[in-house]
Ligand binder design. Structure first.
Ligand code: HEM
Length: 243
């Protein structure tokens, strides 16, 4: 059973997480990422909606995860495999928990959104293994929405990571990008945000119900953080960057 950690118990609507620990950003200029974020935020139609609150609550956690994941040089087969193993260690239990919570009734296009098969295919090509970091307790409706936010949002970062992996000279890496390229051209993020706001409007407008959504997002981010920390502790990627 997945033990409750500080990362899962946000106070005042913000995920709590330990201080960031060194690392850099996938060989990208950090300015590029903040420019992308600002551009996306300026296009957002939901300044006061659930999306805006989720983004605000998880911004720091996302920045930390970005640093952790930035330690992997995705052009190198062994590090790309490690990145996928870390991602699968969190993604698989999160998707399983969503299915157990009836995600298909809330997001009927779930079969289009699920990426477990894609990441398992990639790992099979790379000879990777999967060790889920947790078995999650049942998700309630709000937690389900927060979990979906993190998984669907991760597609935005995946577009950047895909460009990096695609620069690999290794044909095995280049052929194992089903996870990172999943949903390309299907506007899944935009359609998710519409459904998120619609569902969020049905939540009782009490702090606890909205807090469930934030808690779900923090828990999902925490799983990725834990998977990355565990893997990097056992086998540091790109040690030159791990200051
Ligand atoms: C090095 C790794 C990563 C990079 C470079 C990266 C980069 C980005 C960028 C550029 C965006 C779009 C701009 C924005 O709206 O903020 C974004 C959004 C997002 N990413 Fe990441 N990301 C990374 C890893 C992850 C991971 C592992 C997760 C979670 C599993 C994640 C979750 C999210 C979420 C939820 C959003 C949506 C933010 C919003 O509400 O607009 N990212 N990421």
């Amino acid at each position: 059973m997945y033990g409750r950690t500080p990362e899962q118990t946000p106070s005042m609507g913000v995920c709590f997480h330990p201080a960031a620990n060194g690392g850099s950003t996938i060989g990208l200029d950090p300015m590029t990422i903040s420019a992308l974020r600002m551009r996306r935020q300026s296009r957002s139609n939901h300044p006061l909606g659930m999306h805006a609150r989720l983004r605000q609550a998880t911004a720091q956690t996302h920045a930390m995860l970005d640093k952790q994941f930035g330690r992997f040089d995705l052009r190198q087969r062994s590090e790309y495999r490690q990145f996928l193993e870390v991602s699968a260690a969190a993604l698989l239990p999160l998707e399983e928990a969503l299915v157990q919570a009836g995600v298909e009734h809330i997001f009927p296009d779930w079969p289009l959104r699920s990426r477990s098969s894609a990441i398992l295919d990639d790992l099979a090509r790379l000879g990777g293994t999967v060790a889920p970091v947790a078995v999650l307790p049942p998700l309630n409706f709000g937690q389900l929405l927060g979990t979906m936010y993190v998984l669907e949002g991760s597609r935005l970062g995946a577009q950047i990571l895909l460009k990096r992996a695609s620069q690999s000279d290794d044909p095995v890496v280049a052929a194992a990008t089903a996870y990172l390229s999943h949903g390309t051209g299907q506007h899944l993020w935009r359609s998710f945000l519409v459904m998120l706001e619609r569902h969020a409007a049905t939540l009782n407008r009490t702090i606890s119900k909205e807090q469930d959504v934030i808690n779900g997002a923090c828990q999902a981010f925490a799983l990725f953080e834990q998977a990355a920390a565990k893997s990097l502790a056992a086998s540091p990627a790109n040690p030159a960057q791990a200051r």
